[in-house]
Design a protein around this ligand. Structure first.
Ligand code: GLA
Ligand code: ZN
Length: 677
């Protein structure tokens, strides 16, 4: 349990009472009760109010808010306020503002704008975190700490340059090692002194975001920036722990956000939390994958849905309303996939600046007679009724998909073979196929223990880090099934090619050699032609993006390319290795191929779908104390028929008992309890 002071699914969200006065505060108290809100995230952007100058701290407003909320039955997720530094600090200590990738020194403005290696920022952010912890350590409202907010963005200032060199020295020990790792004889880059190394920005090696001359340098800068921001988090974290060792600490993450290596971050958090902002056209399975990924950061531990909008956003190009029922549906989607909280940004909609058109529980009209409020209040009642039933329940997937931020950086920084390769999209293709098949999946890091899974899929495993190949071989030889794809096994952790033939360290496991890699134009296709029908797969399927030209070195060839000069070369292979098997898919296939392929593998492994249902019906399951909780989420605008099997199950939201075929209402939700078999 995140904190047993509140043993239910926490319900609430970001609340900025400092933007309002007593009249609104008492209305807030009244309406929070009506909506069943029991947690408020406060003080996220209040640093300038708490610290009007270098030596003065003023906690009077925050004291009053903490007391008021507690007296009204609302607990607090307490922000440390360090996501936006005060204006006076930027004026007095210019080192707190960042230098951007184009080399421009930023002025005060915006948020998430502090240089992570600024001595001033580190000193004052740690100090205020400590002061808050000291002051509120015994406050009964305090549930959890929320350090800063959505860490992100990179800095290219001189302090960061210096810290980068220190980081490099720690990693490489000698300049010779660094030269080797970066292959600096290329374009005459040999470094003799550490201070010759400069950051890879648009003033040096990079352009257009992910384009770079030197992958090794750019990759290390991403690692370094992720670590630098994490260091800021840790400084506040450690300071807080001195005063409140038992209160959990989190910071809100952002799903597949590219810039930070969240698997590293997850290790430093008591509980993972994240902000979910899909747009109306985001695939449902993409949101599901993001939830599963956030759950994977701490190997399946339940997480917090820290933010979602009750209805509308403001920062997308087209900010659609969440249709009636959708906020509830998406809230349960989070819970189904491991969230133990449902929280919003924001509880009351601000009157000025760029988030005034962002949805809120309490809208500008100021009263409760709105569609959005009614929907929020209904959900609040349901979550009260669910009590602690689902808290701490886990998933039990037998299939894992490997996701790796460093691998993503490396594939996307790569100059060639194609600009069209998007790591996340390739991962999502595999996830989506399993999602459509109603098969449970865990999203895992390269470090995860594979032995608890029957099937491990590592799409585009371009970068193979030390130990990965061996561990995967062990997994397969003891009976596991492993799948990887084109453009895998190419480089080591420094983006240096593993010489001797692709897929490098994975070559003997896969029993193939990839001689060349063809890049296809967006409208170009090749074909996967099955040599003979295999389970759900028969005939031929489209493929594209990249085509590896592979030779079998012992692997069985299940399908061949249908076109071009490499027609007849293998495109799908299976290698028996010990008592397991390793598959290679040499190109990016169409969806129907992946569904057929993965349903074959699941059938072979005895991995069963949770339910049988049509499109738009999502299923997920959590288990706890010998009980299973099956979530049926109908994303369609019409009712959906679902076959749940012949065991009687109890719908937790209606208390009815059901079995066989059930109808889930349009945009409706069922949570079915049964004994775990
Ligand atoms: C993020 C931030 C919030 C708010 C919302 C708006 O998630 O954490 O402060 O800006 O976006 O969608
Ligand atoms: Zn900096």
């Amino acid at each position: 349990m995140i904190n047993d002071k509140l043993p239910k699914i926490w319900y609430g969200g970001d609340y900025n009472p400092e933007q309002w006065g007593p009249e609104e505060w008492s209305e807030d108290d009244r309406m929070f009760k009506l909506a069943g809100i029991d947690v408020a995230t406060i003080n996220v952007f209040a640093w300038a109010l708490l610290q009007p100058d270098e030596e003065t701290y003023d906690f009077s407003t925050l004291d009053a808010t903490m007391d008021r909320l507690y007296n009204n039955g609302v607990y607090v997720c307490l922000g440390t306020s360090t996501a936006a530094h005060p204006a006076w600090m930027a004026k007095k200590y210019p080192d707190v503002t960042r230098v951007d990738v184009q080399g421009r020194k930023r002025k005060f403005g915006g948020r998430h704008n502090s240089c992570p290696n600024s001595p001033t920022y580190r000193k004052y952010s740690t100090r205020i975190a400590g002061k808050l912890a000291e002051r509120y350590k015994d406050h009964p409202a305090l549930l959890i700490w929320h350090v800063s907010n959505e860490y992100g963005g990179y800095c290219y200032c001189e302090n960061c340059a210096k810290a980068f060199r220190v980081w490099l020295k720690k990693r490489y020990k000698t300049i010779e090692n660094l030269n080797k790792a970066w292959n600096t004889r290329f374009w005459g880059h040999t470094f003799y002194e550490w201070d010759e190394v400069v950051q890879p920005s648009e003033l040096s090696e990079e352009w257009d975001g992910n384009r770079t001359n030197f992958q090794g340098i750019s990759l290390d800068y991403r690692r370094f920036m992720s670590d630098s921001l994490l260091e800021c988090y840790k400084l506040e974290h450690d300071e807080i722990k001195k005063y409140t060792p038992k209160i959990p600490i989190t910071t809100n993450l952002m799903g597949t956000y590219p810039e930070l290596d969240y698997f590293k971050w997850g290790k430093e958090m008591d509980v993972v939390s994240w902000d979910n902002y899909p747009s109306l056209d985001t695939p449902i399975s993409f949101t599901a994958m993001s939830h599963d990924l956030m759950r994977g950061l701490r190997s399946g531990q339940p997480f917090m849905l820290m933010e979602q909008t009750p209805s509308q956003q403001n920062w997308q190009a087209y900010n659609s309303l969440k249709r009636p029922g959708v906020m509830r549906l998406w809230s349960y989607q989070a819970v189904a996939r491991g969230a133990d909280t449902v929280m919003f940004f924001q509880l009351r909609r601000s009157a000025g600046a760029c988030e005034k058109y962002h949805g809120a529980v309490i809208e500008h009209v100021g009263h409760e007679h709105t569609r959005v409020f009614r929907e929020c209040a209904e959900l609040g009642r349901e979550l009260q009724q669910l009590s602690d039933k689902l808290i701490d329940a886990r998933t039990q997937a037998k299939v894992a998909i490997v996701y790796d931020w460093e691998n993503r950086w490396a594939t996307e920084l790569s100059s060639g073979p194609t600009v069209a390769l998007k790591y996340v999209d390739e991962v999502h293709k595999y996830y989506d196929a399993l999602f459509q098949l109603n098969i449970e999946v865990d999203m895992v890091s390269v470090e995860e223990d594979f032995s608890k899974y029957d099937l491990v899929i590592a799409p585009v495993m371009y970068m193979v880090k030390p130990g990965f190949a061996k561990k995967t071989e062990d997994f397969v030889s003891s009976g596991g099934t492993f799948v990887t794809t084109f453009f895998s096994g190419i480089v080591n952790e420094n983006d240096l090619v593993t010489l001797g033939g692709y897929p490098g360290e994975l070559r003997s496991l896969l029993g193939i050699w990839a001689e060349e890699i063809d890049a296809l134009f967006p409208d170009q296709k090749n074909r996967i032609v099955m040599k003979q029908p295999w389970g759900e797969l028969q005939g031929e399927y489209d493929c594209g993006l990249l085509c590896d030209l592979i030779h079998s070195e012992g692997a069985e060839v299940l399908a061949e390319y249908g076109d071009d000069f490499y027609q007849g070369m293998p495109v799908l292979t299976r290698n028996r290795f010990g008592s397991g098997q390793a598959y290679y898919i040499a190109s990016s296939p169409e969806e129907s191929f992946l569904q057929g392929f993965l349903s074959n593998l699941c059938a072979e492994k005895g991995i069963k779908p949770l339910v049988l249902a049509g499109d738009g019906l999502e299923s997920a399951r959590r288990v706890k104390n010998g009980n299973a909780y099956l979530f049926l989420l109908n994303h369609n605008a019409s009712p959906a028929e679902v076959q749940i099997g012949e065991i009687e199950q109890k719908d937790l939201l209606t208390n009815e008992t059901v079995k066989g075929t059930v109808m889930v209402p349009a945009r409706g939700v069922m949570i079915l309890e049964s004994k775990l078999d």
